[in-house]
Design a protein around this ligand. Sequence first.
Ligand SMILES: [Zn+2]
Length: 153
Amino acid sequence: MRSQRRIVDYSLQRRAVLRDVLSGRVGTYEVCDASPYLKNAARFHGESTEEPCPICHRENLTHVHYIYGDELKQSAGQARNRAELSLLAMTLREFQVYVVEVCRVCNWNHLVEQYLLGRQGLDPTDADDAGAALAGSGGGPALMSKRRREAHR
Ligand SMILES: [Zn+2]
């Protein structure tokens, strides 16, 4: 998605958990504990992937996207599919997305990544700014601070 930013990747933590399971330090019952809510979200809002479950290898993983942010109001904390995320990214300034992978067979689940979406990430490149930068003499930071002062008025 175009406005995707501040991505935090959890693949290292995931690998560490899987290593602990393989070595027997952690039982599968401890990591295969998807709640009924998460399983429902996977069923109704999940996106299937090409990646097989690392625990049972019986089904491909499903990704669930949870959304958080003040602008979402009562929708905060709910799951959304990709099409809905794209729509929200065009209408809201900023919101947080958490991607969770879940196996619908053995209930393995883990955080995949988190990132920000929304129009705020696209602002610096919009048409008005480009025109102003061309017309201005100083440009750059001076232009930015002037715009910020105007915004506060
Ligand atoms: Zn599984």
